[in-house]
Every structure is written in C-alpha cells, then in structure tokens.
Design a protein around this ligand. Structure first.
Ligand code: FMN
Length: 197
C-alpha cells in the first residue's frame, strides 16, 4: 500500500497505528477557578535533557470557545502542569479520565483518584502514579490542527517501590503504552541488545 497524505481524509490511523507503543502523559492541570483537571495524551515524549524538557500535543477542540481542550487551555492560563506516568495498575483509571466532563467537575473525583500535593506547581500529582514530573510551560507551538506543549521539568517524584539502589528501575515501573484505538501494551516483555561501540 502506498499512501499520499493529500489523497486520504486523515493519516491518523496510520500514524497512530505505526508509531507504537506511545508513552502516555497523564497530565494534571488546575484551572484559574481551582478545579483540577486530568487527561491522557499519547502524543508525548522527552525532547531535551538539558534543560529537562517534555512535550505533549493535544488536537484542537473546535467545539470549545478557545479551540483548545481543557488541558492546554489550563496550561496556557497558568503556565503549569504535571505529567504522571501511567502504569498497569492505573491504566483503567487513566482511561476513565479521557471522558469529557462538564466544567467544574474534576476527573480526579470521577476516577476516584487521590490528589497528592506537588512541590513546585499548583496542580496536584496523581498519588497512585509512581512517577510524576512537575513542569513549567516553556512554549506552546501551533502545528496545524494541534498545539504542541513544551514544558521544563521543575521537580520529579519517584516512589520508592520503583527504585533499585536509589535509581528508577524500569523493570519495576510497569509502564503501559498506547497502541491504536483501544489497544494498549505493557512493558513486561523485555529483551536486551548490546549497543555497538
Ligand atoms: C490513552 C489516550 C491517549 C490520548 N492521547 C491524546 C493525544 O495525544 N492528543 C489528544 O488531543 N487527545 C488524546 N486523547 C484524548 C483526550 O484524553 C481526551 O480528548 C480528553 O477528554 C481531553 O481532556 P481535557 O479536555 O480535560 O484536556 C487520548 C486519550 C486516551 C485514552
């Protein structure tokens, strides 16, 4: 099959089906009225180590007044967000938080999740998630029908149970990734490759 992007209605299924598994940023924000928001974003990755920078990319929401989903709208208003890592034990709760809720209702409460105070930003982190990155907004970049949010990591929370000898242990983390549609992958099946010199 050959695909000319100009000749198909959308490349979403091909991009989202081939760029897999995608890590999931479970992003907490707080709106200017103090309501905590939580939503998953799998267009997510690390961008730089120095300064430590992550990105996620919400698709624009044409139905909302500013054309943005709640998460990017809160980030733009407050300059702050927290990326919580999604593990097997919280995958179902994460999925719950993708629901569209009426203004003023928090996904933390809908999914029965516990807010834990952050150290450097106002939005709480998800207590059930073992790793959280507190971030300050670096830049929001328009990319056609999406907005790329770049943030600098200001503080990191790592739960003791996912560490070995004082370091984050990926084998204990059990992070999950998104495949296509409703399919997810665990990181339980691991193999090792020696890197060439
Ligand atoms: C695993 C998963 C990954 C998602 N990734 C994205 C994404 O990368 N970009 C996006 O715009 N929406 C994504 N969504 C949909 C949003 O989570 C959904 O639109 C949500 O309601 C947005 O919430 P908010 O308006 O509170 O920010 C994803 C949903 C799920 C379940």
């Amino acid at each position: 099959m050959e695909i000319d992007p100009d000749e198909v209605p959308s490349l979403y299924r091909t991009l989202a089906g081939a760029v897999v598994p995608r890590p999931i940023a479970w992003v907490s924000t707080t709106d200017p009225d103090g309501v905590d928001n939580l939503a998953p974003y799998s267009f997510f990755n690390v961008v730089a180590i120095d300064p430590p920078t992550v990105m996620f990319a919400p698709v624009d929401d044409d139905g909302s007044p500013e054309g943005l989903k709640d998460t990017p709208r809160n980030v733009r208003a407050t300059g702050e967000f927290v990326v919580n890592v999604v593990t097997e034990s919280v995958a179902e709760a994460m999925n719950e938080t993708a629901a569209t809720l009426p203004a003023g209702e928090s996904e933390f409460d809908r999914a029965d999740l516990t807010r834990a105070d952050s150290r450097t930003v106002t939005p709480p982190r998800v207590a059930e998630s073992p790793v959280a990155f507190e971030c300050s907004l670096s830049e929001m970049v328009d990319v056609g029908g999406s907005t790329m949010v770049l943030g600098e990591v200001e503080w990191v929370h790592v739960a003791d149970e996912v560490t070995t000898d004082g370091k984050l242990d990926v084998e204990k983390l059990d992070a999950v990734g998104r495949l296509s549609g409703s399919l997810y992958a665990t990181t339980a099946d691991r193999f090792s490759l020696e890197r060439p010199p």
